[in-house]
Every structure is written in structure tokens, then in C-alpha cells.
Design a protein around this ligand. Structure first.
Ligand code: BJW
Ligand code: ZN
Length: 243
């Protein structure tokens, strides 16, 4: 747990910045009971990404992929935002400009009240037709056992970004631009190994802006951070963000 001097340094950067961007990952939802991907209890310890989180996996076995997403939707439907999500939602209300760039698909930032939000990896609560691309919101829990079909006859799939798929171009571009233009970037609860999302953090560094990393563990991004606050997102954000 960081000492009071490190916390105060973080608090000062937050206080003095007019324009803040936060890049979040699965770790910010860990305190809400949502499993992360990597690490000791991560999803990729039990499941292989190539079996579940690629377009090839869905083509090969749509029912298996569908079932896995249904299980995750059920867990997340029971989860609530935690003090980390809430602190970032408050920052949006108090700063002249605040942009949340999230890799998460769980929708907990929106539930906490964040509105200026870029979802780099899509959303678990949308379904998209593999043929015509039409997207719709769907909060049904549990999902029907077999993936339903669109009016055009195509299979519906989760509206998330799988490995090997491009991120939504405009969302990624806007996120990179915000990171290049901000006064301060917060990097919260991400292993920073998945690209191009991790590139958003590097964009702020390359533009010369201070970056605070909040994570209980070191990541490949740690050497680039101005301040690394080792600890849980909920606890640290509550201490460095205004109440
Ligand atoms: C806490 C905490 C607490 C715990 N408080 N913290 C360069 C080199 C090699 C490969 C590539 C490369 N560039 C791109 C690639 C390929 C690939 C990639 O990055 N692979 C790497 C893994 C090597 N990238 C892609 O394929 C991307 N697409 C792409 O590049 O397209 C190119 C293209 C262009 C044009 C045409 C076609 C293609 C797409 C990536 C999609 C990632 N998708 C997933 C699944 C989303 C849907 C779903 O949820 O099912 O996204 S994978 C998974 O990883 C998920 C996450 O968003 C993403 C990042 O994970 P995250 O959020 O960082 O979580 P964890 O678990 O890794 O880390 C949690 C952290 O929290 C840890 O550090 C903990 O310590 C910490 N923590 N408790 C604070 N309480
Ligand atoms: Zn369709």
C-alpha cells in the first residue's frame, strides 16, 4: 500500500489537471466480483482465449462461445459498481474535461454514472449479426440456450472485440487524441499487454503528459508511469480523487 507522500503526489496531479483521461481494465471491476483475464484467478487460467474469444472459435463452435458469454453476463448482471468506478464518475462531474477509455465490456462504468466513455472492446450487453452487422442492445439474462438469428438469417454474436479483430476505428482514434491532449492520464487495473488499447497509455507518455498507474502488480507499462500506486483501484482512487 503506498505511503501518504505518494498518495499526496497523486492527489496533487489530479487536483491540478483540468483535462484528465482514464484508461481502465478488468482490475477496476475486480472489487465488484468480476473476474479479470490474467493473473492467478483470471479467466485465461481456466479457459483458452483461442477457444472462446476469437472469430474462428465462434465459427467453429458458436454454442460453446455463446454459453461462456451467457455465464459471464449472469455473473456481471449481479455485480454493482465499486468505489473505483464511483470515483471516476465523480471526476467527470468536477473536471472541465474528463474522458473514460475502457477496455471493459461489463457496463459498470455507465452504471456508476460515467457518460463520456469510449468502449474500446465493445459491450457485453449488445448483440451483433455476423452477416449484416446490425447491432442491438440485449440485457436478457440468461440468454436463450442456442444463439438466435437476426431477421436476415445471420447468427447473433456478442458485441465485443475478439483477438484478431479491429477495434472500432473512431473510438480508438478519439481515445488516442484525448490521451495526446490531456493534462493527466490514469491507467487503472490493466495488465497493459493487449494492443492497440495499451497504446493509449503510451500516447500520453509520448506527448509528455504525467501518468499515474494504479495496480497491485507491476506491468510492462510501469517503467513509463510518472507515479505507480500499488494497490486496489477502489481504495487508491478514493484517496486521490476529490470526494
Ligand atoms: C487490479 C485489481 C484491483 C487486479 N485494482 N487493479 C503486438 C504484439 C503481439 C500481438 C499483438 C500486437 N498488437 C496487437 C496484437 C494482437 C492482440 C494482442 O494484443 N495480443 C496480446 C495479448 C499479445 N490484439 C488484438 O488482437 C486486438 N486487435 C487487433 O490488434 O486488430 C488488428 C486488426 C486490424 C485490422 C484488421 C484486423 C485486425 C484485439 C484485442 C481484443 C481483446 N479482447 C479481450 C476480450 C474482450 C471481450 C470479452 O471480454 O470477452 O479484451 S481479451 C481481454 O484482454 C479483454 C480485455 O479488455 C483485454 C485487456 O485485459 P485487461 O483489462 O488489462 O485485464 P487483465 O486481466 O489482463 O489485467 C487485469 C489487471 O488488473 C492486472 O494487471 C491486475 O494486477 C490488476 N488488478 N485486481 C486494480 N483490485
Ligand atoms: Zn443480420
Amino acid at each position: 500500500m503506498p505511503g501518504e507522500a505518494e498518495i499526496e503526489a497523486g492527489r496533487r496531479l489530479v487536483r491540478e489537471a483540468g483535462q484528465i483521461v482514464a484508461l481502465t481494465g478488468a482490475g477496476i471491476s475486480a472489487e465488484s466480483g468480476v473476474p479479470t483475464f490474467r493473473g492467478a484467478d483470471g479467466l485465461w487460467k481456466t479457459y483458452r482465449p483461442e477457444d472462446l474469444a476469437t472469430p474462428e472459435a465462434f465459427r467453429r463452435n458458436p454454442a460453446l462461445v455463446w454459453e461462456w458469454y451467457d455465464w459471464r453476463r449472469q455473473r456481471i448482471a449481479a455485480a454493482r459498481p465499486n468505489p473505483g468506478h464511483e470515483a471516476l464518475a465523480r471526476l467527470e462531474k468536477t473536471k472541465p474535461r474528463f474522458t473514460l477509455v475502457t477496455q471493459n465490456v461489463d457496463g459498470l462504468h455507465q452504471l456508476a454514472g460515467s457518460r463520456n466513455l469510449h468502449e474500446l472492446h465493445g459491450c457485453l450487453w449488445t448483440l451483433r449479426c455476423v452477416d449484416c452487422g446490425e447491432e442491438r442492445e440485449d440485457r436478457t439474462v440468461p440468454l436463450p440456450a442456442i444463439p438466435p438469428r437476426c431477421a436476415c438469417g445471420g447468427l447473433l454474436r456478442p458485441g465485443v472485440v475478439w483477438f484478431g479483430e479491429p477495434l472500432p476505428v473512431e473510438t480508438l482514434q478519439a481515445s488516442l487524441e484525448e490521451a495526446r491532449a490531456c493534462d493527466l492520464l490514469l491507467v487503472v487495473g490493466t495488465s497493459a499487454v493487449v494492443y492497440p488499447a495499451a497504446g493509449v497509455a503510451h500516447a500520453a507518455v509520448e506527448a509528455g503528459h504525467p501518468v499515474i498507474e494504479i495496480n497491485p502488480d507491476e506491468t510492462p507499462f510501469t517503467p513509463h508511469a510518472t507515479i505507480s500506486l500499488r494497490g486496489r483501484a477502489g481504495e487508491i482512487l478514493r484517496r486521490i480523487c476529490p470526494p
